[in-house]
Design a protein around this ligand. Structure first.
Ligand SMILES: [Zn+2]
Length: 284
């Protein structure tokens, strides 16, 4: 059921690449730390340089302590002060530092188009097409909410391109989202606001029935409001959407939606990640 990881970073020969990263610990820690505020390696890595860690809640489990004490992969160990030390240190180059981290005021509203013109007879709210979707078009619930509701598996329909079997498959929310988030975090600098090839031409799951690799294509409903955005995100199959479908997503999530497919697709990935983890490093 789980297709092999599709991102090219898995073939990275740098053995330090995986050091200190535990995707499950990462998003489990976000969920587990709900009462303490989100604290993950992401957030540690994106703190402003002058921030002191002494005001942050203490790390709890062993896994989290481990992830706190190890540098993110793109930092050299020498350039990075121990994260447990509160002393200010010069900031290393931070490719993934979101722009908002240098400012305390939210910028989301400013970056988005305030007006949304809906066609006559269309309402802004809809009946949620899935239990993980909200009643707003192209919007899914946060990880916290989904965890609270004990929604851990995100299902969607696929159809084999060879044997044409049509069936439902599911993705583990935390596991698959951690893969996406990790990929974004590690590759965002190189992406330069454009979806990489692996997103533009996603590799598809192996067919459950005939065993054909790269063949189980997501079934995308004709009605755009019924598109299973979260399923497509977790399978990194948003690239199966047409430009028109992606523009629909961006329109209803108030993002600029002009440009070529790679730009709109990139925006869709980042926006969906942000919907799931609003405090994560997914600002454009
Ligand atoms: Zn098949």
């Amino acid at each position: 059921m789980n297709k092999p990881p599709t991102n090219p970073s898995d073939s990275n020969s740098d053995s330090s690449f995986h050091l200190g990263w535990n995707p499950n610990a990462l998003y489990n820690s976000i969920i587990g730390d709900l009462s303490l505020g989100s604290l993950s390696p992401f957030h540690i890595a994106t703190l402003p340089p002058s921030s002191s860690l002494e005001h942050l809640p203490p790390p709890r489990g062993g896994l989290q302590r481990q992830s706190l004490s190890l540098p993110p992969p793109e930092f050299s160990a020498a350039a990075l002060p121990p994260l447990v030390a509160a002393a200010p240190a010069p900031a290393p180059a931070r490719r993934y530092q979101p722009r908002q981290s240098s400012s305390t005021k939210p910028r989301k509203k400013n970056s988005s188009s305030p007006s949304l013109r809906l066609k006559k007879g269309k309402s802004e709210t809809i009946t949620p097409p899935y239990e993980w979707a909200t009643n707003r078009r192209a919007t899914v619930h946060t990880l916290h909410y989904l965890d609270f509701k004990k929604i851990h598996e995100i299902k969607g329909e696929v159809q084999c391109r060879r044997c044409e079997s049509r069936y439902e498959m599911g993705f583990d929310l935390i596991k698959k989202f951690s893969e996406v988030a990790k990929f974004v975090w590690e590759n965002r600098g190189e992406m330069a606001d454009r979806a990489p090839e692996v997103w533009m031409n996603p590799s598809l799951p192996t067919c459950r029935y005939c065993g054909q690799e790269n063949s189980a294509k997501p079934v995308i409903p004709r009605s755009k409001k019924a598109i299973n955005w979260l399923f497509l995100l977790l399978g990194q199959m948003l690239g199966c959407c047409t430009l028109n479908q992606l523009r629909y997503f961006c329109k209803h999530t108030r993002h600029h939606r002009t440009g070529a497919k790679d730009r709109v697709l990139y925006l869709t990935y980042l926006s969906l990640c942000k919907q799931l983890d609003p405090s994560g490093p997914f600002d454009r």
